[in-house]
Design a protein around this ligand. Structure first.
Ligand code: ADP
Ligand code: GN1
Ligand code: MG
Length: 362
């Protein structure tokens, strides 16, 4: 779509939310890989988050928004019971002028608006161990709040989202199809994945034999999906609730480790910089267990290191699949971006394999 057309669509969508005021600015915002996020300012001075939901990834707009409303209402009531800050504890959806939860433009794109959670920052890296422990507590608490939530009201926004064997099959299908002629250049990465085909099944097997329960989980527990207070750097809200659905606690733990306990950034090209920081791992594990407040079983606790390795491996395979298929899923900003991300994840997996015993001890 041309820039002018994209801008026209955005304005068409903004017109659906004018009950909050006239919008005076709208600028791209944040570092998400999936949705198009904008910060909009109304003539009242109030700020809002405005997002074009990626409908190629989330076709069931009604279902996704229904999940978000149900989950945020539940969290609001939990925080109210605890006497916490109900204004900033979770996302608040702003309805359209007609009271709907999202707006569909004439090209079928979905748009939604949230209250901007003020006086917060989002971070790509933590500055110290305490921040990472706090972040873990926040994700653990999030899971705790949802422990009595009726999961049957949720739709599954993306089927088999963290089903690693299915992700493996998807990769093999992409390799066989090779739609962009890129397979020859990524043989080493494909082999890396193939050597771990059995490992990929570990959590699904644990679930099948009753060792790993399904809980309502976040499923995208990256550091930048938490908003921190700009003064105290304490977590304020867990955001990006598109993928909340039944899942494994150890995957929520694992995805945070993948992103936040890597000594390098997610798309680092210099692989000598990539490793698992065991101090950060320890800090996070401590906070997560505290946040979950005794709700995890011994077996779940035992599987936490596997969760970390699994999420890193799975994410690496997803980046590789997207690279092979021509980069249609994750937003990229340079040539070979998904391949760089894949290599970085696989380097981290290799380091985690070396540190398996230390992770278990922690
Ligand atoms: P994506 O699914 O593309 O990752 P997110 O929902 O995570 O999109 O939003 C992208 C970024 O926008 C977040 O990392 C955060 O910095 C910012 N953001 C999102 N929602 C809010 C909000 N309600 N208040 C303040 N900042 C927000
Ligand atoms: C995407 O939306 P965002 O940027 O927070 C992706 C996650 C990946 C992550 C990798 C819906 O998260 O699953 O782990 O990129 N979200 C979706 O950085 O696929
Ligand atoms: Mg996000």
């Amino acid at each position: 779509m041309s820039r002018a057309k994209a801008c026209a669509k955005r304005n068409e969508a903004l017109d659906a939310f004018t009950h909050v005021g006239r919008f005076v600015s709208c600028t791209p915002y944040g570092n998400g890989h999936i949705n198009d996020t904008f910060l909009v300012i109304a003539d009242t001075g109030k700020r809002y988050i405005f997002q074009r939901i990626n409908t190629a990834i989330f076709p069931d707009l009604k279902g996704v928004m229904g999940n978000i409303i149900a989950v945020t209402e539940h969290i609001h009531s939990k925080v109210a019971e605890e006497g916490g800050d109900t204004d900033r504890c979770t996302l608040t959806v702003i309805p359209t002028n007609w009271g709907k939860r999202y707006f569909k433009d004439s090209m079928n794109s979905g748009w939604r608006m949230y209250e901007f959670i003020e006086r917060t920052i989002s971070m790509e890296r933590v500055e110290n161990l305490r921040e990472f422990t706090d972040c873990a507590e926040a994700f653990g608490r999030f899971q705790g709040w949802l422990s009595d939530f009726d999961a049957s009201v949720l739709i599954e926004p993306i089927k088999d989202f963290h089903n690693t064997p299915v992700r493996y099959e998807n990769l093999m299908r992409a390799v066989a199809a090779d739609p962009c002629g890129r397979v020859a250049s990524v043989r080493r990465e494909i082999e890396f994945a193939m050597e771990r085909e059995e490992f990929a099944k570990t959590l699904e097997k644990a679930h099948e034999c009753g060792d790993l329960p399904l809980r309502v989980t976040h499923n995208d527990t990256k550091l930048n999906n938490i908003l921190f207070d700009e003064d105290t750097h304490k977590p304020v809200a867990v955001i990006d609730l598109d993928t909340v659905m039944p899942g494994y606690s150890v995957n929520d733990f694992g995805d945070s480790i993948r992103f936040g306990a890597n000594t390098a950034v997610e798309d680092e090209r210099d692989l000598s910089k990539v490793s698992l920081d065991l101090e950060l791992y320890h800090a996070y594990a401590k906070g997560f267990l505290k946040g979950c407040d005794g709700k995890l079983t011994d077996k779940e606790i035992e599987l936490m290191p596997i969760g970390a390795r699994m999420m890193t491996f799975e994410c690496g395979m997803r980046f590789l699949t997207d690279y092979i298929e021509g980069d249609h899923y994750f937003r990229t900003s340079r040539e070979g971006h998904n391949l760089d991300r894949c290599r970085c994840q696989f380097a981290l997996v290799a380091d985690m394999e070396k540190k398996e015993e230390q992770m278990k001890l922690i």
